[in-house]
Design a protein around this ligand. Structure first.
Ligand code: PLP
Length: 430
């Protein structure tokens, strides 16, 4: 039997009609050259990670579990060296004790800001959960409560940096500048490593000793270099996004200068203890292997993002970035224009999942977010957004943020299923 006939039947068994599949195949034919570019970046980054593991002589001894204090944890120390090697930084803190990306960012900020210091965001409003960390929305233990002030310079209407506004916002109090690479729940563009480098160079030309931190969530391995190659003093992210490769069950990382990272370690554990404690609890095989797989997994997620943009643009939905735009993270926003369409889209992603495919996502209030959020995810690691997932706050422009896919084929299935649910609900005409 013909392979495409077989495949059509297999997709039909999953609930995807031949008409939806055909629209998908048409979109895909145009994307082949883009896919080749993505594969070339993945190949480069695979070699980068491989070389870091070889140079640091990763061996079976690195996979041993430690408990209790975790003194002399050889594996943990090697993992941090491997991260530092890949990010080209002096030091790294990579731990299961860092519970998520927000925690990693909160540690990096609170470790390096003291009462009287000012934090500056030159790229507009930070990611939702950071607003409570900073104290933009009041919270116990926020930086604001500890006497750290905050200033923000918004992007210009065309999404570019407001250099003059930034120059005048930097003062003698400005201690740390936080730059979010990915758009998060916003519809601004995400920034390239090169753009981030330009921004950092500008900030340091105004104030040479200012610390520049990049929230690198969703950006790892999308390009050939990382923000730490472009002058960042700290890059911070979550292990249940790109660098965990889908295998890390928990964790976060902070890579940066010895001085910044050491302070982060003291903040994470305790002054005096720092990086010396923190048992690995048997998680190191997953953290090493996940990092090894991360360039390939990220490439699959990127293909899914571009495919979603190409497909949904055909139906007239605004996609950010557009199908033909360069990519700086794995997030794809699709402005669906209504709550009903957000629900249908998310139902499709959920129905295509390997785990929890039978549940129906509904909008709900979430801690850290100021409006109801809908989330679709059927992940092996709960909440993992390197696995195929879609979410978004229920507020105009009713954009879903689609990301992940441990394999390209699964991402493709999920996107086709989302279109199927939209069609079933009468929200698109095939
Ligand atoms: C996901 C994300 C965070 C926070 O990460 P969590 O692991 O969800 O706490 C911060 N910033 C950006 C840009 C993100 O995408």
């Amino acid at each position: 039997m013909d392979i495409s006939m077989n495949l059509q039947q297999m997709y039909a068994g999953l609930g995807i009609s031949p008409a939806v599949l055909e629209r998908g195949e048409a979109a895909l034919r145009r994307l082949r050259p883009r896919f080749e570019e993505i594969d070339a970046v993945a190949e480069y980054n695979q070699a980068k990670v491989l070389s870091a593991m070889q140079e640091n002589k990763v061996d079976a001894a690195c996979f041993a579990a430690t408990t209790g204090y975790g003194y002399n944890d050889v594996g943990r120390e090697k993992l941090e060296k491997v991260y530092a090697h890949v990010f080209h930084t002096e030091a790294a803190l990579v731990r299961p004790q860092i519970t998520c990306g927000t925690h990693a960012l909160a540690v990096a900020l609170s470790a390096n800001l003291l009462p009287g210091d000012e934090l500056l965001s030159p790229v507009g409003m930070p990611y939702d959960t950071l607003q409570e960390v900073i104290g933009i929305r009041p919270s116990p233990c926020s930086l604001a409560e500890c006497g750290v002030s905050y200033r923000q310079v918004d992007l210009l209407p065309d999404g570019s940096f407001d250099f003059e506004g930034i120059r005048s916002a930097i003062s003698s109090k400005t201690k740390l500048i936080t730059i979010q690479r990915s758009k998060g729940y916003d519809t601004r563009p995400s920034f390239s490593v090169e753009q981030i480098g330009t921004l950092i160079a500008f900030c340091k030309s105004v104030k040479p000793d200012v610390i520049c931190m990049v929230d690198n969530c969703y950006g790892e391995f999308v390009e050939l270099s990382e923000p730490s190659d472009a002058g960042a003093d700290m890059v911070v992210g979550s292990l249940i996004k790109n660098p965990g490769g889908g295998l890390a069950p928990v964790g976060g990382y902070i890579c940066g200068t010895e001085q910044c990272v050491q302070r982060c370690a003291y903040r994470l554990s305790a002054p005096g203890l720092g990086q010396e404690v923190g048992a690995n609890l048997g998680l190191l095989p997953a953290l090493f292997q996940g990092f090894f797989l991360a360039p390939t997994v990220t490439a699959g997620a990127l293909k899914g993002a571009i495919f979603a943009a190409a497909l949904y643009e055909e139906f007239g939905f605004r996609c950010i970035p557009g199908a033909n735009a360069g990519r700086h993270d794995i997030i794809q926003a699709v402005e669906l224009g209504s709550k009903a369409a957000m629900v249908a889209f998310c139902k499709g992603i959920q129905a295509a999942a390997p785990v929890d495919s039978y549940v129906t996502p509904v909008p709900w209030a979430m801690p850290g977010y100021d409006s109801d959020v809908i989330m679709a995810a059927g992940a092996f690691v709960q909440g993992s957004s390197i696995e195929l997932s879609a979410d978004g706050p229920i507020r105009p422009p009713y954009a879903v943020y689609f990301q992940g896919g441990l394999t390209w084929y699964h991402a493709k299935t999920g996107i086709l299923m989302s279109l199927q649910k939209m069609a079933d609900a009468g929200l698109v005409q095939l």
